[in-house]
Ligand binder design. Structure first.
Ligand code: CUA
Length: 431
């Protein structure tokens, strides 16, 4: 009688465990699961998983049944004789060595086949993407298109993509669970990974992660993969390879061209001057981002910024701060960041730039290694004190009077909030 409560507890535990197990089968979304058939790589790996699970279940049932049978049948009873001993029985030992071999063959053959298939060279004609790991963000280059971007990867559906994986510093690992992976980025070595996102994945977003511990912001090294229709990919890439159309430099050049056209003889005056092209090419629509794709990193309360300034930020003044060599001491952005069409005198290229390429930063939905949603308010705080926004960030602290954890000092010569608002206004034109 005294044992009953224990039994009830045990029964309650079993019911709770079953309910928990069943909860995993509910229709809820598991956005970061690998158990999807979104790419040829995931299909191949999941087929192996299914086979292993099936075989392992049979082995488990057989072994556990024999174990339970043995325990019950041969348990010690008072006065019972010693059961028959089989130590040193060669026949039995050969049998129970051969059985695992026979079980392992149907597992080993498909495993080796899958390894050879997925480690082979990517099919000819694949889209080439060079992935560079940085502490702590991702650089993506499309050598066939002349495009360099950061943290957000556009992939056309139904086309094989061949990733060339390198790191500029320590080890990282590239993983987008919903599409396939993961593979390490190893110092002084080039790794490869390829897969084909399914043709029916248009306008989907997949979260990606760094999965090799790489320092203080390892957990803050994230990425997004946008799978888009091939024609949208072409539109995106065609625009991303050039300087941003919205940049004040280009708009100013267009204005000069327009006014020259107006001053020209009558014949030219009746031809309407071409309007500045403000088409940003295809950009992944923000309303297609699901809640799990939008970062929710808290903004540190100690970075204060008057958001009202952002409404009146001057892109022209911001452009001057960033690109005028006279301001390089105050806003040395172009010593670390490439903005195509700007800063030619600094001779900076993607190969020696320390920070993300900002040519089309205004088209990105996230920044800082996918850590924050890209909006003026967050960008302003980032410029003001990136080191407080993200542990270990190597970007300078620029806000006057801000404490820089890296320099262990307050910033005396830096940017005022007004100047930061101007720079943000300029960055937002880079579409
Ligand atoms: Cu990069 Cu962890």
């Amino acid at each position: 009688m005294t044992r009953m409560p224990h039994r009830r507890h045990a029964a309650g535990f079993v019911v709770a465990a079953c309910l928990l197990a069943l909860a995993a089968c509910s229709g809820q979304e598991y956005p970061n699961t690998t158990f999807t058939a979104n790419s040829d790589l995931n299909v191949a790996v999941n087929a192996l998983w299914d086979r292993f699970l099936f075989m392992a279940t049979i082995v488990f049932i057989v072994v556990e049944s024999l174990l339970i049978f043995t325990v019950v049948r041969f348990r010690a009873k008072p006065g019972a004789p010693m059961p028959k001993q089989i130590h040193g029985n060669h026949k039995l030992e050969i049998v129970w060595t051969l059985i695992p071999v026979l079980i392992l063959i149907p597992l080993a053959v498909p495993t080796v086949k899958t390894i050879f298939k997925t480690q082979a060279e990517a099919p000819a004609g694949s889209l080439q993407v060079e992935v560079y790991g940085h502490q702590w963000w991702w650089e993506f280059r499309y050598p066939q298109y002349g495009v360099t971007t950061a943290n957000e990867l556009y992939l056309p559906t139904g086309k094989t993509v061949n990733f060339t994986l390198r790191t500029v510093d320590v080890l990282h690992s590239f993983w987008t669970p919903g599409l396939g992976g993961k593979r390490d980025l190893i110092t002084n070595k080039t790794n490869h990974l390829w897969y084909t996102p399914n043709a029916d994945l248009a306008e989907q977003v997949f979260n990606g992660f760094c999965t090799e511990y790489c320092g203080s912001s390892h957990a803050n090294m994230r990425l997004r993969v946008y799978t888009v229709k091939p024609e949208n990919f072409e539109s995106w890439a065609a625009h991303q390879k050039d300087a941003a159309d919205g940049s004040p430099a280009l708009v100013a050049a267009q204005k000069t061209a327009d006014s020259l056209a107006k001053k020209a003889p009558v014949k030219a005056a009746i031809v309407p001057a071409p309007a500045p092209v403000m088409n940003a090419g295809y950009v992944f629509p923000a309303d297609k981002l699901k809640p799990h794709n939008i970062p929710r990193t808290p903004i540190p309360a100690k970075i204060t910024f008057d958001d009202a300034l952002l409404a009146n930020g001057s892109a022209v003044a911001g452009h001057d701060l960033v690109t005028n060599i006279a301001n390089i001491g105050k806003a040395p952005c172009l010593t670390c960041h490439v903005i195509k069409g700007e800063g030619a005198m600094l001779n900076l290229s993607d190969n020696n730039a320390k920070g993300p390429n900002l040519t089309h930063v205004g088209t990105r939905h996230t920044f800082a290694g996918g850590l924050f949603p890209s909006n003026p308010s967050n960008l302003a705080r980032w410029i003001k004190n990136a080191q407080v926004m993200k542990p270990g960030a190597t970007m300078n602290t620029f806000g006057i009077g801000e404490y820089s954890p890296m320099m262990k000092a307050k910033v005396t010569a830096g940017l005022s909030d007004k100047e930061i608002a101007d720079i943000v206004a300029y960055l937002m034109t880079l579409k």
